[in-house]
Write a protein that binds this ligand. Structure first.
Ligand code: NAI
Ligand code: MG
Length: 368
């Protein structure tokens, strides 16, 4: 089999530090599991601006399009705050997501036993939580036309955005959702606002059609987005996979993220269209940013990025066993009492980014 082409973009701030730890895991996989990776590293964000005068160099885009998967740290920081909008590090991130056509954003919200008390919700409500929110990422209200602010004849002003989805856009995100559900517990909840928004009436109709025609083995339910927000906080464990429109997903996935209580633990994946062999363009990154307040201090939690690499193994390379090895190693390290500062609890041992990364590798050694 051909080597797995991995592009690594550490980015800025703690992105660089957490990626150093991921490199240890990748090296371990290459050595101990005999997985052949073809790894290259590139610049994105402020780091790219400092070298090339642009946050999004052409060679980074070309490398991303040629890769089987891209692994990203985080971008941004105060050093680049005064740059014009098109030079800001965040433009690099938006650019690469757009040019790779990443329309499906996977945001798992998982509560590991060792951290079940980190949530602001009651232990019983969140303990054992393991849900996946799939957000449509390139359409919907954030991209719909027409949009803008206009001055009306009477001098008052009008601001407007448009919620638009075409059937191909709904079907392609729907397929990713059903495939995910099929790989997990065969339960999909489609979230819409079909009682008020025509666009989401179409969304619901297409989901129903897709279920009938291609995924009869997956149970499909529907929920209005306002109720979904309530249910996520009241009883999140009723869900398994949820799929929804761009803005709804932005809000619901952040809400679900906080059920877990720790930004430093949250991975994500963004997928694009499938090629003839069924392979999708893919980018994996932690949910958190570059954390300038702790950058360079060896304090950042590397687990979100390590778990993003586990998602990469699962969704880009179909290596479920290896993904699970990483997830198990992370759980065991936490159970053993090691904590970075962001997830510190009374009675636990506070460790650095480096020590946390090393501990995960040691666990991998034990379970392999
Ligand atoms: P942030 O996620 O960088 O930090 C928020 C808070 O969480 C900070 O107190 C930080 O120290 C803490 N934190 C975040 N990740 C952590 C980790 N792994 N371990 C321990 N603590 C962690 O968000 P913020 O402060 O809003 O943005 C900082 C910069 O990052 C900005 O330039 C922003 O534009 C950028 N950003 C980039 C993102 C990306 O690259 N995907 C996403 C969000 C923000
Ligand atoms: Mg958000």
């Amino acid at each position: 089999m051909a080597a797995k082409k991995l592009l690594i973009l550490p980015g800025d701030g703690i992105g660089v530090e957490v990626m150093t730890q991921v490199r240890r895991i990748i090296d371990w996989m290459a050595k101990k599991r005999k997985i052949e990776f073809d790894i290259s590293e590139g610049l994105l964000g402020g780091a790219a601006y400092d070298v090339h005068g642009t946050p999004y160099p052409t060679q980074t885009l070309e490398a991303a399009l040629a890769a089987d998967a891209v692994l990203l740290g985080a971008v941004g920081g105060p050093k680049w705050d005064d740059l014009p909008f098109d030079k800001k590090p965040e433009r690099g991130l938006l650019g690469i997501r757009k040019d790779m056509g990443l329309f499906a954003n996977l945001r798992p919200a998982t509560v590991l036993d060792a951290l079940a008390d980190a949530s602001t919700l009651k232990h019983d409500v969140v303990a054992g939580l393991d849900i996946m929110i799939l957000r449509e990422l390139t359409g919907g209200l954030y991209f719909g036309e027409p949009r803008g602010i206009e001055t009306l004849a009477d001098g008052s002003r009008k601001g407007f955005n448009t919620l638009v989805y075409t059937t191909p856009e709904i079907v392609r995100i729907g397929r990713v959702a059903f495939e995910l559900a099929r790989k997990r517990n065969k339960k999909l909840c489609s979230v819409d606002k079909a009682n008020v928004l025509e666009c989401t009436v179409l969304w619901r109709e297409e989901m129903i059609k897709l279920q009938k025609e291609e995924f009869p083995d997956v149970e499909l339910t529907h929920m209005y987005v306002d109720n979904a927000a309530m249910q996520l906080v009241r009883n999140p464990k009723q869900f398994d996979v949820m799929v929804t429109e761009n803005m709804f997903g932005d809000i619901l996935s952040d809400c679900a993220a906080m059920l877990t209580g720790s930004l430093g633990m949250l991975p994500s994946a963004s997928l694009g269209a499938a090629d003839a062999e069924g392979r999708r363009k893919a980018l994996y990154e932690p949910v958190h940013g570059s954390a300038p307040d702790i950058a360079g201090k060896d304090m950042a939690n590397p687990l979100a990025t390590i778990l993003s690499f586990a998602m990469c193994l699962r969704y880009s390379f179909n290596m479920d066993a290896e993904a699970e090895m990483i997830e198990t190693a992370v759980k065991t390290v936490l159970k053993g009492g090691l904590r970075t500062a962001d997830i510190m609890q009374a009675g636990k041992a506070k460790v650095s980014t480096t020590v946390m990364g090393e501990a995960v590798v040691r666990e991998l050694d034990k379970i392999s």
